[in-house]
Design a protein around this ligand. Structure first.
Ligand SMILES: [Cu+2]
Length: 288
């Protein structure tokens, strides 16, 4: 393990609010329901929802949703979401998560190891080059669970982004570079190299939002997964990589980390620069 500059360690050490505490301040109403049908053409879905206390009795209604949501969420899925009102008075669902207790339990089992790893590292330390990248389990832009088994014996590139990031030099540029690296790797015949982008904003970046984002960049998701999940797990992963990560009301102040992980799961190359060089990573990947 490697020691981080103390200033950063202090920032990362702030107390964490629980998810339910954070939810109280979110816009709209919490909604639980079962999806009856999905209208992909019109980015809408019909949901039979439970009572929304002090607002609405249980009923079945049509909601607007995001273009990624209609690809990820299926009829029959149980969901939780936030119900908000559009300017024209129509209802929209945002922050849609499929409720899947089985998957959540499996992910928690893996992510417990992540928590243990962080504890073992101690405050102010991170996982650096030559060390094993921590195990994690999250959800991708298809709504599928990503577990360590998927990457066993495979090298992967991993970075951190969030879809709402407006700093052209940061996340948007990093995603473009990851996408071009994916193309260059395919041209070089590096067929088993995988790509993973972890969200820095699990509060907003649902699988559906990540799907919209990946599609907007024209990314072939076959070997490029954008992942999100329970906030605690995502934050723990962020911490093991020593990123600066400060969530404000509508923005995230953050640094970058880009890593190449080998078939033995050890970190081969790590950059914390904005100007990380895809070619350097490509050359290192070609040597694996
Ligand atoms: Cu950013």
């Amino acid at each position: 393990m490697l020691l981080v500059a103390l200033a950063t360690a202090g920032l990362l050490g702030c107390a964490q609010k629980t998810e339910s505490q954070e939810d109280e301040n979110e816009e709209g109403h919490a909604l639980l329901g079962v999806v009856q049908s999905v209208d992909a053409e019109n980015n809408a879905m019909t949901v039979a929802h439970e009572e929304i206390p002090d607002f609405m009795p249980p009923m079945t209604m049509v909601f607007r949703v995001g273009p990624g949501d209609v690809k990820v969420i299926k009829a029959g899925d149980q969901i939780r979401a936030r119900m908000v009102r559009d300017e024209d008075g129509g209802f929209r669902l945002i922050k849609i998560w499929k409720i899947d207790d089985q998957a959540a339990m499996e992910m928690r089992k893996v992510n417990k190891q992540l928590a243990a790893k962080l504890e073992e590292l101690g405050s102010g330390y991170y996982v650096g080059e030559g060390e094993a990248f921590p195990e994690f389990a999250l959800l991708d832009q298809y709504g599928d669970t990503i577990t360590p088994a998927r990457y066993e014996g495979k090298p992967f590139m991993l970075n951190f982004i969030f879809t709402r990031c407006t700093d052209g030099e940061m996340c948007p540029l990093s995603t473009s570079k990851m996408a071009s690296l994916q193309k260059m790797a395919a041209e070089r015949g590096l067929d088993d190299l995988e790509f993973i982008s972890v969200t820095l904003d699990p509060k907003y970046d649902t699988p559906g939002v990540l799907r919209t984002y990946a599609d907007a960049y024209g990314i072939d998701g076959e070997n490029f997964r954008f992942v999100t999940g329970e906030r605690a797990a995502v934050r723990q992963l962020i911490k093991t990589m020593a990123l600066t990560h400060i969530e404000t009301d509508d923005d995230i102040i953050h640094s970058l980390a880009t890593v190449l992980v080998g078939r033995d799961r050890k970190i081969v190359m790590r950059s914390v620069k904005k100007a990380w060089d895809p070619n350097a990573f490509l050359e290192a990947a070609a040597e694996l």
